[in-house]
Each structure stands twice: as C-alpha cells, then as structure tokens.
Ligand binder design. Structure first.
Ligand SMILES: *[C@@H]1O[C@H](CO)[C@@H](O)[C@H](O)[C@H]1NC(C)=O
Length: 384
C-alpha cells in the first residue's frame, strides 16, 4: 500500500496527456457513476445475485466514504462484513454488518472501537475465523486485524481484536506491529498497512505491507505467533532490490491440489500490477520468482489484488476490473468471468455455505476516488 497515490497519478497522467487520443474507459479506471437499485429479493433467495447493498454512506461522510470491504462467515452461518469507514468522527470504528439470510438483507450488528490507543480503527480491517482452538481461544473465534492510527496519521499500530460471540462484542488482544509514521504512502514514511492471516500448523502468520525499512520504499513482511499475544520479529516476504518498487497487499493461500503456497500482491512501479509467486512454504516467498498476471483476454487487472483457493482453482480480482479471474492452480492461464458485481478497490472473495450449497461471496466497498459513489455491496454467486 498504498497504491492510491500511484493510482491517482495514473489518472492524472491519463487526463493531462494530450497524446491519449482514445476515449478514457471510465469503467476500467473506476470512475463510473454508480446508480444501482437492486430489485427487492425475498429472504433465502436461492438465485445468484450481485450488487446487493449492505450500506450506503450518508452525505456527511468524508474521503472516499467506504472502501476495502471484508467478509467472514461465522460459526452460526451468519455473514459479517466490515470495511474502512469514513464518518465525520475523530476515532473511526470498523463497522460490523451482519446477514442471517445468505447475504440478501444486512443490518448493523456491532463495531470494533479502538480500546487501547485512543486513536480509532482506521485502515484495512481483515476478518479471520479461527479454524481450530488457538492461543486460549476456541475454534470459531472471529479475529479482526487492522490499522489503528490517530486522525493526524502521525503513527500507527496493526492491532488484533477478537470476538468469542460471532461478532457481537470485540476485545483487544495484542499489538502486532508498530510504525513510527507518518502513516502515509510516500517512500520514507515509516508506515504499515494491510494485515492478512494464514494458519500454518500451530502458528498464525500475519503478512503486511511495510514502509519501515530504509532500504525499500515498501516491502512485504510477515510476523508469527503461537498464542495471539506475543509476535515474532519482522521477516521479509517480498523485498524488491529496487528501492522505489513497492510490492503491497499480500494475500496468501495453500493450494491443496498442488501442495504449494500461493502469494498474490500488487507490484507498484510506475503503475500497479497484479503479480504472484508460488513457494513450498509460506515463509520462503522471498526467494521465489514473480509472475505477472496475464489474463487470457484483456489487460492485467491492476492494483489491490485479492484471491482465494477453492477445489483446485484460484479466484482472483483486482481494482481495475469487475471480472473474477479463474485459474487452475499451477497454471498461468487466467480467464476473466463477469459475475455482474461492481468493480472495487480490493474486493473480498470468500466461499460461504448457503442452505448447504457452496457460493462465492464477493464484497465491494468502492474505489479510491472521491467522485465515485462509494457504498458497500455484495454478490453471492455460484463459483464460476
Ligand atoms: C516489479 O516490476 C518491475 C518492473 O517490471 C520488475 O522489474 C520487478 O522485478 C517486479 N518486482 C516484483 C517483486 O515482482
């Protein structure tokens, strides 16, 4: 992270350059005026649907209003969605909205307030349901990691919260990482961003984006814990030898069909491109080669990629395309599929069970643009 400066620079260069004769594809760069009005649906709708509204921010909201949607299906089958929220308050919380009917209707359920820093929960919430008992918490405990920072963005923690009642109440567990700031996206600012969890045996790994190393504008880092309270030191995940290259937004999965670990990230140079690596362990990505994502049709989907693994396939999306890219794990063929869901900055993907059937839940919370009518919405579709 945070690629929006590069992204905005890219937009400005498109707007400013007289050499660009072709009309600007506003859809591709996330500036379309969104005016979805989804048809009313009955609860427990069995058909696939997209652009179902979770939350529409009021006009008093600031910045891009909502962004960075994230989901989790919790132990009782209900769905939780959270996002970066921009209400006009000093200490922003992460909102938690909940659906008990497979994503058709949504209501405010709780919120994660900063309980320790007096700053607010500001950036990049990541929800994770413990698959097994861990660190004194039962299986099914919901974890949320995200960036806590004061409104002047002078410093930041990546903090960990936990809910033992499927998202109704939350308690601070630990600081994972500290950045002495400022929490801004320029090279040289000691900022930290975008936590993501992977369970590996009896260890929980937290990957994140890291601007604290003076040798790298930004790199990807991991830290581990076996108890959720104490965290090991920062280790490189991807550190590009060129200072100004900024790998960001790590998402990692285990590809069971080929017994390899898989990392996707944005590689930000003059623009940000979805890039990936395979490795035999989740600790050894730094020595693996990068592959640039090359879709079977169209161009690289750009910054802020997110992916999941499901039954031998990888599903990926990124910020400059509304498609979901489908790949057979181990190959380099990526086929875009249009599932009808609005394009967004880092849409979240999750396989959920609805009435015993596996569905792909896609969560959007808008683009990094103040002229985009950002709101939070979901699609629930058959995995393509
Ligand atoms: C990022 O892209 C640049 C330019 O193509 C390339 O030289 C570099 O190796 C890439 N970095 C990573 C970490 O993939």
């Amino acid at each position: 992270m945070r690629s929006y400066r590069v992204f905005i620079a890219l937009l400005l260069s498109i707007v400013a350059s007289p050499a660009v004769a072709a009309p600007v594809d506003t859809d591709a760069i996330g500036l379309e005026t969104s005016n979805f009005s989804p048809a009313p649906r009955s609860p427990l709708e069995k058909r696939d649907f997209a652009n179902q509204v979770v939350f529409t921010p009021p006009s008093t909201y600031t910045s891009w209003k909502t962004i960075y949607g994230r989901s989790a299906q919790v132990a009782d089958g209900s769905l939780l969605v959270t996002w970066e929220d921009y209400p006009l308050v000093d200490q922003t919380p992460f909102p938690i909205y909940r659906s008990t009917d497979g994503g058709v209707t949504w209501a405010s359920y709780s919120q994660i307030l900063d309980q320790v820093n007096g700053w607010g929960m500001r950036y990049q919430p990541h929800l994770y349901v413990l698959p097994t008992a861990f660190g004194g918490f039962a299986a099914g405990t919901v974890l949320c990691a995200g960036v806590s920072a004061p409104s002047d963005l002078s410093e930041a923690y990546i903090d960990l919260y936990a809910s033992t009642n499927s998202g109704l109440t939350w308690k601070f567990v630990s600081h994972i990482a500290y950045g002495s700031g400022p929490e801004l996206a320029s090279n040289g600012d000691a900022a930290i961003w975008e936590p993501f969890f992977l369970m590996y045996g009896s260890t929980l790994i937290c990957y994140y984006s890291d601007q604290r190393d003076p040798a790298h504008g930004q790199k990807l880092t991991y830290q581990t814990t076996t108890n959720l309270v104490s965290w090991g030191g920062a280790v490189d995940v991807v550190a590009d030898p060129t200072y100004s290259h900024r790998p960001g937004m790590a998402i990692v999965s285990y590809l069971a069909s080929i017994n390899l670990y898989f990392l996707t990230f944005e590689n930000c140079t003059s623009s940000c491109l979805a890039t990936y690596r395979w490795s035999s362990s989740p600790y050894t990505f730094n020595s693996a080669p990068s592959t640039l994502l090359a879709p079977s049709t169209g161009s690289n989907p750009g910054n802020a990629p997110f992916h999941i693994y499901y039954k031998g396939k990888i599903y990926l999306n990124a910020a400059q395309s509304s498609s979901v890219y489908v790949n057979t794990a181990g190959t380099t063929v990526w086929t875009p599929v249009d599932v009808g869901q609005i394009e967004s900055y880092t849409r979240c993907l999750e396989i959920i069970k609805v009435g015993g059937v596996d569905k792909l839940l896609i969560t959007s919370a808008g683009e990094m643009s103040s002229t985009f009518n950002n709101y939070v919405s979901v699609a629930v579709v058959t995995p393509p």
